[in-house]
Design a protein around this ligand. Structure first.
Ligand SMILES: [Zn+2]
Ligand SMILES: [Zn+2]
Length: 390
């Protein structure tokens, strides 16, 4: 393992360079062109077998060890977000309105740096390593699903992935068996009332009061209907009635997100949200449209592989603590890989000790401590080599 760590230390400057290059040229989900081309070229130079356009815009590279054996897949996503960067850094985004504000530039640099190190060690490797570079993680339906349908997991025995995590101090690795990230669904609603004069409510059906009542009642699903030992989040983030102040609204549009961990809770939210909507509208003679769209399923880590990574991570240079974390209510399409093959997804702490607080992911001032890439690469690399060993 010492050899892997030394090689990665030697690759660190290059990894930083790759990260900063990608950071300057962010591309949005399902619009990635230069990024996958850059990744494919890097792997080709290393002599890996490369497949481009996998499931749309993904890149899959294969490193064959010296002898046949098991196959490990490692995944990094590479899309950016529609955010105008506000950081004042030398490698600030050169593209207006687009920014790597989730650290996917770092994920890609980590995986490329690791690919180079493992390539140097291939004469001693039994088995195969598949590098899955995934497009479009940020926007459902996401890139993972079509990449799997296009065969990126064929022959894979195990998959490992990590997210650089800015809220967590560098040196910490967060693991969790079972659900680590939530299902992320979307609901879109329109309430159709009957517009009228603001002074004559009895001749109208006020869509604004009905929508308001629905938003409040729907929160009672969380407090009164969901099993208190399970969890769900409902956030109605969009409430739209484009209407003059003295006119009763004809129509209100709502949209929101629902986060859950269990299938039964997810189904309950989907059904009972509509029941509340139906009852609210029925009482006052309004009608409605209801559309519930299932996004990514929950990220469900496998026990054996999680324990495997937790154990080996504690002796990776730079790792001071391996902690079991509570699940996060954010979503990730890594979930789809774990529905097909065993594996685990963990967080690599990336908050610099110099920062009092870190800006959250998806913030215009988001950044991470680049040294976390080295820790992530060493942990993923060690997991790969140890898994292939037995
Ligand atoms: Zn993100
Ligand atoms: Zn992300």
């Amino acid at each position: 393992m010492e050899k892997l760590f030394t090689l990665l230390d030697e690759n660190y400057e290059e990894m930083v360079g790759i990260r900063r290059h990608l950071h300057e040229y962010p591309e949005l989900s399902f619009e990635e062109v230069e990024t996958p081309a850059y990744i494919a070229a890097y792997h080709k130079k290393l002599g890996h077998e490369v497949r481009e356009g996998v499931g749309g815009r993904g890149v899959v590279a294969l490193l064959r060890g010296a002898r046949p054996g098991k196959t490990v897949a490692l995944r990094a996503d590479f899309d950016a977000l529609a955010i105008q960067e506000e950081n004042d850094i030398p490698f600030k985004s050169k593209v207006a309105g687009k920014m790597h504000a989730c650290g996917h530039d770092g994920h890609t640099a980590t995986l490329l740096g690791l690919a180079k190190a493992l390539n140097h060690m291939k004469s001693g490797i039994t088995g195969n390593i598949i590098f899955i570079h995934q497009h479009a993680e940020e926007v459902a339906p996401g890139g993972a699903k079509p990449m799997i349908e296009d065969g990126c997991l064929d022959g894979v025995d195990v998959i490992f992935g990590t997210h650089l995590w800015a809220p967590t101090p560098i040196g910490e690795i967060l693991v969790k068996d079972g659900a680590i990230m939530a299902a992320a669904d979307k609901v879109e609603i329109a309430i159709q009332g009957k517009g009228g004069h603001g002074a004559e409510p009895h001749h109208s059906i006020d869509a604004v009061t009905l929508a308001s009542q629905f938003v409040i009642s729907a929160q009672q699903l969380i407090s009164r209907r969901i099993d208190p030992l399970k969890s769900a989040v409902l956030t109605i983030g969009h409430f739209e009635a484009i209407n003059p102040f003295n006119v009763i609204a004809d129509r209100v549009k709502l949209a929101g997100t629902i986060r859950t961990f269990e299938e039964d809770v997810r189904t309950q939210m989907e059904q009972e949200l509509e029941a509340v909507l139906n009852a609210t509208c029925l009482a006052f003679g309004a009608s409605y449209e209801y559309r519930y769209t299932r996004g990514y399923p929950p990220v469900y880590n496998h026990q054996k592989e999680t324990e495997f990574v937790a154990q080996l991570a504690s002796t990776v240079p730079g790792v001071e603590q391996v902690k079991t974390c509570p699940p996060f209510m954010v979503g990730e399409d890594f979930a789809y890989y774990l529905e097909k093959v065993p594996g685990t997804f963990f967080f690599t702490g990336a908050k610099s000790p110099e920062w009092e607080t870190a800006y959250p992911h998806h913030h215009a001032r988001f950044d991470f401590d680049e040294r976390a890439m080295l820790i992530a690469a060493k942990t993923l690399g060690k997991a790969t080599l140890e898994y292939l060993k037995d």
